[in-house]
Structure formats: C-alpha cells, structure tokens
Design a protein around this ligand. Structure first.
Ligand code: CAA
Length: 381
C-alpha cells in the first residue's frame, strides 16, 4: 500500500493550485456575495486542461484517473467551493453515467462536449417530496412512439439554468417504485422544459441551484440512458462516484479554513505573544490538521478503489461522511480562532463555514452515508 502521491500527481496538484490561486480564489468572495455563477472560473479550469480528467481521450477526456480528479477537485474547492461543485457535477454527476451507461452515439453527442468544456452538465434526481427517499420520485415519463412525454418538477438542481445537458431521473410507473425509474438525457431548449425558482442559499452561493419544470416535454427514446427501469441503479452508482468528489470539496474547504486560521493565529498578538504560541490554540490547529489528513486518506482510498474497478460504495460514503463532518467542525473552529473577525466578511472563514454545511447534505445527507455504511457492515457479518 502506497501512501505517497506520485511525481505526476504532485505536479498535477501544483498546477491545479496555481490555476485555483490565480484564476479562482480572487473571485470567490464576490461570487458568494453576488450569487454570481462562476463561468469565468469554469473556463479557466477548461483552459488549463483539467476537465474530463477520468475519461478517455476518445470521448474528449484527459485519460487520467479518479484520484487525479479528486486531487484537482480539492484544490479548486480550497479556492472556491461554488466553483468546486460546478466542476464536480460536470465531471461526476453528468459525466460518469454518460460514460458508463451511454452508447457510443450518446457518448460522442453528450459526453465529449462536456469533457471539452463546450457544454455544461447537470444531474436531477431530487424532488420537493423525494430527497433521501430517492425511489419515491414522481416526475413522470409516458411512452408515445419514439418519444417519452415528461411531466413534473425536479428540485435542487446544481448547475440548473446554466447547464446544457441534464440527466433527469423520471418514472415510467410509480407503482413499480425504484424499478420504474428511468434516466433521460434532456437538453436545455427542448420545448416543454423550463426553469422554476432559483434557490437563495446559505452557502455555495455562486453555484446555481434551480427547479426544473417539465410540461408535456417530448424527449426522444434515443436519449434514454440505459434501459427503462434501470435509472435508480444508474443514479446510485453515479452517486458512489460523486460522493468521492464531494469529500474532496469538503477537504478543500476545510484546508482553506486551516490555512486561514494558521495565518491569523500567527499574526494576531494577545497577552504579549501570537495566538499560535498559546498551547490551547496550537493544539486546536493540530486537531484540525489531523482530522483533515485522516479524511483526505479515506478520500484517496475511495478514489483508488474506484480506479481499480473495486466496489467503492461503502468507501465513498465513509469518505464523504468523515470529510463533510470534518469540514463543518474545522470551519467552525476557524471562525472561533478568529474571534470577532471570524464573524465578518472581511475574513474568509465565515464563508467557508457556510459553504461547508452543504457537504453534509447534498449527494446524500450524513444520515444517508450512515445508512449505506451500516448496511454494508451488516451484510458482511
Ligand atoms: N449502486 C448500484 N445499485 C445500487 C446501489 C449502488 N450504490 N445502491 C442500491 N442499489 C440497488 C440495490 O441493489 C437494489 O437493487 P436490487 O433490488 O436489484 O438488489 C436497488 O438499488 C434498491 O436499493 P435499496 O433497497 O438499497 O434502496 P433504498 O430505497 O433503500 O435507498 C438510499 C437507499 C441509500 C437511501 C438511497 O435512496 C439514497 O442514496 N438516497 C439519497 C439520495 C441522494 O444522495 N440524493 C442526492 C441528490 S443529488 C445532489 O445532491 C446533487 C447536487 O446537487 C450536487
């Protein structure tokens, strides 16, 4: 077992860090304040050749690995969590199912433009009354010749409105429960597909979160991903990969909070010496650093299992659970270490604390991760 990144991985991290510090971090506070979609930041990632990392060149990708992708994802999220989730949804939630379940024509038509950064992707599973219980979704698709006619609304769609290509999970028959769920690729501009409310969020305010509305929206059967009724498994398999990316996002946010707290406590003098020279403060920094490193190792492990074609469902949930709860704890500690300065926008840590919270909620709440982890434990005992 090797705990070291290779030379190539270290170089990739260095390159991603440079891009993130130059083209992303300077705009993070404004993106948050003005709820400004990080289009320019996304283009900088594209221009640096960092899109489509885990996909082969034949589909416009970089022929790299999941581990490479999460290394980059951490650096981007360390600079701006809103840009991080935009990049993550593009790569994992939209890209992964197109690659694994798409036929050759679908890969070329829908995946290659995502990997080349010509188009933006989104994933739409949740609804107003279907979140954790994903199998209870009701957005309906009725077959009519060589089309499906889609009616219903979806919620909490990251990259909504800005995205061109949506993987939408619908049901061909709610009585079939999860066995009726079907994945459709629906393009922006398809008649009958419009956008509802834009969410006004606590954190990751630069990322766009929209409601999707379908009214007699006709989608070609050729745009079905996988088989009819296979959608739930596609959605779950996709989330297994997506959760590793969200772990990376959480670790990036936590690392940014630790960086800020380390800087601040070395500069801030109270009782005649820097805060960092007071043992209670130094020990807090030590705990923050240790927690982050533990979460990072779990995240790398999940990525490597995925790259090796091993079952990574439980490992991904463990990584996301630990990383997101670490991010929440570490960012809260960073605010505390900043005292009053931590509570105002002049310093980044209040934004990081707000951004961290969503990592405990989306792509499965911490409670969902505990369900997945415990089910796997109980099934092997
Ligand atoms: N991969 C492949 N198949 C899977 C699977 C996986 N990881 N997990 C379950 N399945 C299969 C099961 O094997 C089962 O099939 P069989 O009957 O043939 O064996 C079928 O799916 C049903 O499985 P369960 O009985 O376990 O399903 P459940 O209804 O009990 O649900 C759950 C389990 C873990 C709670 C699941 O519903 C879940 O993950 N919910 C959370 C959904 C979620 O994460 N939503 C996030 C929305 S996306 C988002 O946040 C995006 C964003 O904006 C960034």
């Amino acid at each position: 077992m090797n705990f070291q990144l290779t030379e190539d991985q270290l170089m990739l991290r260095e390159m991603a860090r440079e891009v993130a510090e130059r083209d992303i971090a300077p705009f993070a506070a404004d993106a948050d304040l003005n709820q400004e979609f990080p289009r320019r930041q996304f283009e900088a990632i594209r221009d640096a050749g960092l899109l489509g990392l885990p996909f082969p060149e034949e589909v416009g990708g970089q022929g790299a690995t999941t581990l490479d992708y999460v290394i980059v994802m951490e650096e981007i999220s360390r600079a701006c969590a809103s840009t991080g989730v935009t990049f993550s949804v593009q790569t994992s939630l939209a890209g992964l199912p197109l690659f694994r379940f798409g036929n050759e024509a679908q890969r070329q038509q829908f995946l290659a433009p995502l990997n080349r950064g010509e188009k933006l992707g989104a994933y739409s599973l949740s609804e107003a009354n279907s979140g954790t219980d994903a199998a209870s979704l009701t957005c309906a698709a009725r077959r009519d010749g060589d089309h499906y006619v889609v009616n219903g609304t979806k919620m909490w769609v990251t990259n909504g409105y800005h995205a061109d290509t949506y993987i939408v999970y619908v049901t061909v028959d709610p009585a079939l429960k999860y066995k009726g769920i079907t994945a459709l690729i629906i393009e922006k501009g398809t008649p009958g597909f419009t956008f509802g409310k834009k969410e006004d969020k606590l954190g990751i305010r630069g990322s766009a979160t929209y409601e999707l509305v379908f009214q007699d929206c006709r989608v070609p059967v050729a745009n079905r991903l996988g088989e009819e009724g296979e959608g739930f498994k596609i959605a779950m398999w996709t989330l297994d990969g997506g959760r590793i990316g969200i772990a990376a996002q959480a670790i990036g946010i936590a690392q940014a909070a630790l960086d800020a707290a380390t800087r601040y406590t070395q500069e801030r003098v109270q009782f005649g010496k820097p805060l960092s020279e007071q043992q209670a403060i130094a020990f807090t920094l030590a705990e923050m650093a240790t927690d982050i490193e533990a979460a990072r190792l779990l995240m790398y492990r999940a990525a490597v299992l995925k790259d090796e074609g091993e079952d990574h469902t439980q490992a991904a949930s463990m990584a996301k659970l630990l990383a997101s709860e670490t991010a929440m704890r570490v960012t809260t500690q960073a605010v505390q270490l900043h005292g009053g300065y931590g509570y105002v926008r002049e310093f980044p840590v209040e934004r990081l604390m707000r951004d961290a919270k969503i990592t405990e909620i989306y792509e499965g709440t911490s409670e969902v991760q505990r369900m997945v982890i415990s089910r796997a434990e109980l099934s092997v005992r």
